[in-house]
Design a protein around this ligand. Structure first.
Ligand code: PMP
Length: 420
């Protein structure tokens, strides 16, 4: 296969951010739910999609649906070109050195499973330690537990401070030559904590420890530069980044990806197959057995082009203001306790209210058109460590407004009157 050069198709022109204009680009936001205008605050579960993404999917299926890399015809060439351009778009988006380091997966979950099943099986041995933060989503715990069981290694949780941040002193104390891997999220989906990934990578390097970063909750909120972070692997999902479901990304350092065995076997990932033996393709195809999610990759690239056409600094500021506004408003609600008070937090307001159950709050908010998530947020070990069955989570995105926050708290006041 030819080298894939990295180019950025993100046009260098002045960018701006106008929340009302952005909202107009997201058709699903403009509807009534249970007789009320929708207030969508479940963005950490999945974001809504802009017209640019919906159109890219429709254009592909209407106009040039075809399989990639193997057709000797016009439509296949067109689909292949768009599919590989999408890889270059992702590569530039996270500042990868080369597009070959971008592996398409179904999402963050599959990306982490891929690392565990390939790099993990090759490198983790009996007695080794895998550190994961207590903040992790199940998808960044269970694959390591399974690997540890297989290899007789050990998964050790990184403790948190009372504000829901990784306790860096405890972390430093845990570092020794037995630790082979650290896996942690860039932003916690349950509390919104932004983890000091760069600092953790620098410490890990002193002990030659490999670092996996789960960026599922980060990439939509602020620019990510994998080289600057100094991590070894970075994973994220398209659907939390205004893109389609079913597509995600694994980025890895080239020397690690080159040395790893394939994950799945079949078409596309081979160089030559014969009954006397099979050789494997180069990066990135070595990890992409079978027909990929072509439309998903093209849709994800459309989402990235859309997002990067906006002023991202202004988006960070806007989301920060929404969170600060929610924190202020919450002070007027008796018995509300915010869960996770990290100094650096992105887009998530998690809370409990004395004498009520999160599931009841969520259900009654929905009756007023407010969509939030309740429960353990696929972070049961975190909830256990907090001594909570779960929380109510309102998660903000760039298209939310202070009016959304107002509607949410007005609805919450009504819900609490009913429940108390
Ligand atoms: N990690 C984090 C921090 C998440 O928030 C999620 C999704 N909630 C995942 C991993 C899993 O992502 P996916 O389901 O898209 O694979």
């Amino acid at each position: 296969m030819n080298e894939i050069a990295v180019t950025s198709n993100q046009v260098d022109k002045p960018r701006s951010f106008d929340v009302e204009k952005v909202r107009a680009d997201f058709p699903a936001l403009h509807q009534e739910v249970n007789g009320h205008p929708l207030v969508y605050l479940d963005n950490a579960a999945t974001t809504q999609k802009p017209n640019a993404v919906i159109d890219a999917l429709v254009d592909y299926y209407r106009g040039y649906n075809s399989n990639v890399h193997r057709g000797a015809h016009y439509l296949s060439d067109k689909a292949t070109a768009a599919f590989e351009e999408a890889r270059r778009t992702v590569s530039a988006f996270i500042h990868s050195l080369a597009a070959e380091q971008i592996i398409w997966t179904r999402g963050t979950t599959e990306a982490i499973n891929l690392i565990a099943a390939t790099w993990g099986r090759q490198n983790i041995q009996a007695g080794d330690v895998i550190l994961v933060s207590t903040l992790e989503h199940h998808s960044d715990i269970v694959p390591w537990q399974m690997l540890a069981l297989e290899k007789q290694a050990k998964v050790v949780p990184l403790p948190l401070t009372t504000s829901g941040e990784i306790d860096l002193n405890a972390f430093t104390d845990l570092l020794d030559s037995r630790v082979k891997l650290i896996s942690l999220n860039h932003v916690s989906n349950a509390l919104g904590t932004v983890n000091p990934v760069k600092e953790i990578c620098a410490l890990a390097k002193q002990y030659d420890i490999t670092v996996v970063v789960d960026g599922a909750q980060a990439v939509a909120h602020f620019p990510v530069d994998v080289q600057d972070l100094g991590c070894d692997f970075y994973a994220f999902s398209g659907h939390k980044l205004y893109g389609p479901t079913g597509i995600g990304v694994l980025w890895g350092r080239r020397e690690l990806l080159d040395a790893m065995p394939p994950y799945h076997f079949g078409g596309e990932m081979i160089e030559r197959v014969s009954f006397s033996g099979t050789t494997f393709n180069q990066l990135p195809y070595k990890f992409e057995a079978g027909t990929p999610d072509i439309a998903g990759a093209i849709g994800l690239a459309a989402a990235i082009v859309y997002l990067t056409s906006l002023d991202r600094k202004a988006i960070v500021q806007h989301e920060h203001e929404l969170l600060a506004y929610a924190i202020e408003k919450a002070k007027n609600i008796d018995g509300l306790v915010r869960v996770g008070t990290a100094e650096h937090a992105a887009g998530i307001f998690s809370f409990v209210v004395d004498g009520t159950h999160p599931a009841d709050i969520g259900m009654l908010l929905d009756q007023q058109g407010v969509a939030v998530r309740t429960g353990h947020h696929c972070a049961q070990p975190l909830m256990e460590s907090l001594g909570l069955p779960g929380t109510v989570r309102a998660s903000f995105s760039m298209y939310n407004t202070k009016a959304d926050v107002d509607s949410f708290f007005n609805a919450l006041q009504k819900v609490l009157q009913l429940l108390r």
